[in-house]
Design a protein around this ligand. Structure first.
Ligand SMILES: NC(=O)c1ccc[n+]([C@@H]2O[C@H](COP(=O)([O-])OP(=O)(O)OC[C@H]3O[C@@H](n4cnc5c(N)ncnc54)[C@H](OP(=O)(O)O)[C@@H]3O)[C@@H](O)[C@H]2O)c1
Length: 242
């Protein structure tokens, strides 16, 4: 039986999402963890969640757009909270040469998110929907030569969420974007990133789970500073950044 708030996590095998599953479960929520990697997620739940019945694992592929309506219709309960965490990173140089990888970033970060979130908000019968959270990135704040492909897909996602927030405000649904810097996760494994700027998945997950009315949430003091500087920096100076 499902008790407590229902949290739907899309892309739930992400390292950040897995920490969010733990935190939401500790709060007594029922988590629907939706992922392509259902077996891996089942092992995680067995090893990390005391009341395993608090988590339902479902198959979800963000880029299989045609399946999204059926996926939503088949949910065991409609969500109060939605977290979109799916992500895919290909470095900029490779993405310029490799259209499939480039297109996959667009599909995972933007098209897939828009497809499923549109379906979720179109369900006017779900009066319990209260919050939608998207995991976006500082890479989406300004176009930069080293990562403008990944960055532009995250920027599109952020702008979708910004407009969505306005669109559904009258229904008392909060929309938040988590604008994250570097996170120590599968996605960044093997990348040469500044160690002092790395944030742990649990730290990001705490920012996700904490209720907040404001739209943009930038976890970590250093990244908040970087975010504000980046927002204000003149274009000629942004062009000098990597
Ligand atoms: N890591 C960073 O430095 C960083 C910084 C800013 C923002 N972010 C964003 O934060 C989010 C979480 O990333 P993370 O750091 O936790 O990395 P992660 O552990 O690599 O998680 C990314 C997850 O996205 C899932 N995914 C990819 N394509 C999918 C699809 N078609 N359908 C469903 N799920 C799909 C992957 O699923 P599988 O496990 O099945 O492959 C993976 O579990 C991402 O949106 C990422 O872009 C990350």
């Amino acid at each position: 039986m499902i008790t407590g708030k229902v949290v739907l996590i899309l892309g739930a095998n992400s390292d950040v999402a897995k920490q969010a599953i733990k935190l939401y479960a500790e709060q007594g929520c029922h988590v629907i963890a939706a992922s392509r990697s259902t077996d891996e997620l089942a092992v995680f739940v067995q090893q990390n969640i005391q009341a395993t019945g608090q988590v339902t694992i479902l198959y979800f592929d963000a880029v299989a757009f045609d399946t999204h309506q059926l996926f939503y219709n088949s949910l065991p309960a409609k969500p109060n909270i939605v977290l979109y965490a799916a992500g895919y990173l290909k470095n900029n140089e490779d993405a310029i040469q490799d259209w499939d990888a480039c297109f996959r970033m667009m599909k995972v970060h933007y098209c897939g998110a828009v497809s499923i979130i549109n379906i979720i908000i179109a369900d006017a019968g779900n009066s319990g929907l209260e919050r939608i959270i998207g995991l976006s990135s500082l890479s989406g704040v300004r176009g930069r030569k080293s990562n403008f492909i990944y960055g532009s897909t995250k920027s599109a996602f952020t702008q979708y969420l910004a407009g969505l927030r306005q669109y559904i405000a009258h229904r008392n649904i909060t929309v938040n974007v988590i604008v994250a810097g570097y996170i120590r996760s599968k996605m960044t494994a093997g990348l040469n990133l500044t160690e002092s700027l790395m944030l742990e998945p649990l730290f990001i997950a705490k920012a996700v789970v904490k209720p907040a009315k404001r739209f943009t949430i930038v976890p970590g003091f250093k990244w908040k500073m970087i975010y504000y500087i980046l927002k204000l920096l003149p274009e000629q100076l942004v062009a000098k950044l990597p």
